[in-house]
Design a binder for this molecule. Structure first.
Ligand SMILES: Cc1cc2nc3c(=O)[nH]c(=O)nc-3n(C[C@H](O)[C@H](O)[C@H](O)COP(=O)(O)OP(=O)(O)OC[C@H]3O[C@@H](n4cnc5c(N)ncnc54)[C@H](O)[C@@H]3O)c2cc1C
Length: 549
C-alpha cells in the first residue's frame, strides 16, 4: 500500500461523480478493509453529467435514468459512506483533517484522513457582464431542474458560448421549440476544430433555426433581452452561460497545494499533489499532452481513467499515467463532429511545422444506399511522420475514424502506417480502402514525393490555377482566375498547363491524378489539398485571416 498506510486506511474523497466515484469503487475492489467516505456538495452522486443537456431537451425523458447510483446503492454494494449535500470547506494538512459542512443541517465537522483524493471538477466560467446573475449554467442535476423549469415558460433563449456544452444546449433548446441564438466571441463555433472544418457544423445549426452571432460578445443582460457589443439586442427569456469551465481549485488553493501553469492542481506521475497524502484527479488537475505540455482537458474519459489509476496508486499498484490526447465528439442535429490531438491553429501559433491532409470520402461504399460524405483532416509532423491530430465531420462514421486514429496515436503509429490498418469492411460499413487507410496513402504519397500539395489558405494569385473538373462543375462554382482543363482531356492539352500551376478538383483526388500525369510529362504542379470543398469551406469561415496570420 502507498506510503505505508495503516491496514484499514481512512480515505476521504471530495467529489462524487466521474473521477471521485471511479476512485471510490475501484478502491473498494482493491482495499476491502479501507474506510472510504465520499463528500459531495450537490444532492446526488454518480450522475450522468454528459446526459444533462439531453434531459433539458426532452431527448432523455426519464430524470431517474441520469442517476446511475444512489448513496444507498453505493453503500450496499461497495460499503462506501456517501455524504451528499456536504461541502468540504478546508483541508487541515498538519492534522490530516478535512473540514466539512453539512449543508442540510448547517453543521461543521472535521473528518480524519490517511489519504485525501480531490475530484472537485470544474466550474462554469461566469464572465463579469452586467446582469449575468440571470444567466443559467449547467453542471449538475439541480442546475438541470432549474433550467427545465425556466424553459417551460420561455420562448427565446440566448446561449453565450459556442463550445461543446453551448452547442449541445442550443440543439436541445430547439427541441423545446425555443428561438435560440448562440453568441460566440471567436469567429467560429467549436474552436477545437479548425476554421475550414467547421462550415458544415455552422450550416446545420442555421438550417435548424439557430441564429449564430459570431465574433461578437454580450455586453449586458437585461430582464428580457441581451445587448451585444455592437449595441444590437436579442430577445432572451432565458440566458445560458456556456463560455467554458475553470478547474475548481478553491479547496486546493486555500490548503496551499501547488497549481500548474494553467491554474489546475499540479500533480505528479502518481497523481499526487504537492502534499504526498493528497491526490487529485479529473477536471481540476493539469494533464500532460503527447508533446509533454501541461493542459486542462475537462473530459469524462480522462477523469474516469485517473479515478481508477489513483485507486491503484493508493493500493500500492504500479501505474503508467499516459498523456491525454483530448479525444472528443459532439453530436449536433445528426452531424458528428470529432477531434483528437492538436489542431492546426494551436500548432501554428506555437510555430510547430506540420503536414496537413484533407480528404472527403464517403463513410461507406458509395454504391451502397445511404452513403454520407465525411470531411477528414490529419495533421502530421513532417520530420517524423508522427500524427499530431485529426478532425472528422460527417453524418456518420466520423466517430469511428477519430477513434481509430486516436488509437493509432496512442500506439505510436506513424501517419503512413495508417495504410496497414486491417479494418472491418463490408459495403454498408466502410470501404475496402477505409477513409483512415486513405489518409495513410495520401501521407505516403507526400512523404515519397509523388505529389506536392498546397493548403486552402496558402492559395493566392501568384500562381496560375487550373480546375481539372468538368466544365459543368466549373460553371457551378470555381476559384476566381482559374482556367478549366478537364482531367479526361488533359493529355491533349498539356501545352495549356503552365509549370508551377495549382491544380484542383472537387475533393483532391482528380487533382492528384492530374498532378501525377503532368509530372510524368515534365510539368510540375501542386495539388490543392482537399480540393474545392475544403477551399470553399475555408472561404466561408471568418476565422481564415486568424489562421493565415
Ligand atoms: C453538461 C455537461 C456535459 C458534458 N458532456 C461531456 C461529454 O459528452 N463528453 C465528455 O467527455 N465530457 C463531458 N462533460 C465533462 C465531464 O462531465 C467532466 O469532464 C467529468 O465529469 C469530470 O469529472 P470530475 O470528477 O473531475 O468532476 P465532476 O464529475 O464534475 O464531479 C465533481 C463533483 O465534485 C463536487 N464538489 C466540488 N467541490 C466540492 C467540495 N468542496 N465539497 C464537496 N463536493 C464538491 C461537485 O459538486 C461535483 O459534483 C460534460 C460536462 C457537463 C457539465
Amino acid at each position: 500500500m502507498a506510503n505505508s498506510l495503516p491496514q484499514n486506511p481512512r480515505i476521504l474523497i471530495v467529489g462524487g461523480v466521474a473521477g471521485g466515484m471511479s476512485a471510490a469503487t475501484r478502491l473498494r475492489r482493491l482495499l476491502e478493509h479501507a474506510e472510504i467516505t465520499v463528500i459531495e456538495r450537490s444532492g446526488h452522486v454518480s450522475f450522468a453529467n454528459c446526459g444533462l443537456p439531453y434531459h433539458v431537451g426532452g431527448v432523455i425523458e426519464d430524470r431517474e435514468s441520469l442517476l446511475l447510483n444512489t448513496s444507498e446503492s453505493l453503500g450496499a454494494r461497495f460499503g462506501l459512506k456517501v455524504l451528499t449535500r456536504h461541502e468540504a470547506i478546508k483541508i487541515d494538512r498538519e492534522n490530516k483533517q478535512l473540514v466539512v459542512r453539512d449543508l442540510a443541517q448547517d453543521e461543521v465537522v472535521a473528518l480524519d484522513y490517511d489519504v485525501l483524493i480531490l475530484s472537485p471538477g470544474a466550474r462554469p466560467v461566469v464572465p463579469p457582464i452586467p446582469g449575468i446573475e440571470r444567466a443559467l449554467t449547467l453542471r449538475d442535476i439541480e442546475d438541470t431542474d432549474k433550467m427545465i423549469a425556466a424553459v417551460a415558460n420561455a420562448k427565446t433563449a440566448v446561449v453565450i458560448g459556442g463550445g461543446f456544452i453551448g452547442i449541445e444546449l442550443a440543439e436541445n433548446l430547439r427541441h423545446r421549440d425555443l428561438a435560440v441564438t448562440v453568441v460566440e466571441a471567436a469567429p467560429q463555433v467549436m474552436t477545437p476544430l479548425d476554421a475550414e472544418m467547421i462550415a458544415p457544423v455552422q450550416d446545420v445549426l442555421r438550417e435548424h433555426g439557430v441564429d449564430l452571432r459570431l465574433g461578437t460578445s454580450v455586453a449586458s443582460i437585461e430582464s428580457d433581452q441581451v445587448t451585444l457589443a455592437d449595441g444590437s439586442t436579442i430577445p432572451a427569456d432565458i440566458v445560458v452561460a456556456a463560455i467554458g469551465v475553470r478547474p475548481d481549485v478553491s479547496l486546493a488553493v486555500s490548503a496551499g497545494l501547488e497549481l500548474g501553469p494553467n491554474g489546475g492542481i499540479a500533480i505528479n506521475e502518481n497523481l499526487a499533489t504537492s502534499d504526498e497524502s493528497i491526490y487529485a484527479v479529473g477536471d481540476a488537475v493539469e494533464k500532460s499532452d503527447p508533446a509533454g505540455a501541461s493542459r486542462l482537458v475537462p473530459l469524462a474519459g480522462p477523469a474516469n481513467r485517473q479515478g481508477r489509476l489513483v485507486a491503484d496508486v493508493i493500493a500500492g499498484r504500479k501505474i503508467s499515467e499516459r498523456p491525454v490526447q483530448g479525444t472528443a465528439i459532439l453530436g449536433v442535429f445528426g452531424l458528428q463532429v470529432a477531434t483528437t490531438g492538436s489542431n492546426e491553429r494551436t500548432l501554428r501559433a506555437a510555430g510547430v511545422p506540420m503536414r496537413i491532409i484533407h480528404t472527403h470520402p464517403a463513410n461507406h461504399a458509395g454504391y451502397y444506399p445511404g452513403a454520407e460524405q465525411l470531411s477528414l483532416k490529419l495533421i502530421v509532423d513532417p520530420a517524423t511522420d508522427e500524427i499530431l491530430g485529426a478532425q472528422a465531420v460527417g453524418a456518420e462514421g466520423a466517430d469511428k475514424r477519430i477513434d481509430v486514429i486516436a488509437t493509432a496515436m496512442r500506439g505510436g503509429l506513424k501517419a503512413s502506417e495508417l495504410v496497414d490498418l486491417d479494418l472491418a469492411y463490408a459495403p454498408q460499413f466502410g470501404s475496402a480502402k477505409d477513409p483512415v487507410n486513405m489518409l495513410g496513402y495520401l501521407d505516403s504519397n507526400l512523404t515519397e514525393g509523388l505529389v506536392e500539395t498546397i493548403q486552402w489558405h496558402e492559395l493566392d494569385d501568384s500562381r496560375p490555377i487550373v480546375d481539372v473538373r468538368t466544365p459543368a462543375e466549373n460553371a457551378r462554382d470555381s476559384i476566381p482566375g482559374a482556367i478549366n482543363v478537364e482531367l479526361d482531356g488533359l493529355r491533349e492539352h498539356l501545352d495549356q498547363i503552365p509549370a508551377g500551376a495549382v491544380v484542383y478538383c472537387q475533393v483532391g483526388l482528380r487533382g492528384y491524378l492530374a498532378a501525377r500525369l503532368l509530372s510524368q510529362h515534365g510539368i510540375k504542379v501542386v495539388n490543392l489539398d482537399g480540393g474545392m470543398r475544403t477551399w470553399r469551406a475555408g472561404q466561408s469561415s471568418k476565422a481564415a485571416p486568424a489562421l493565415v496570420g
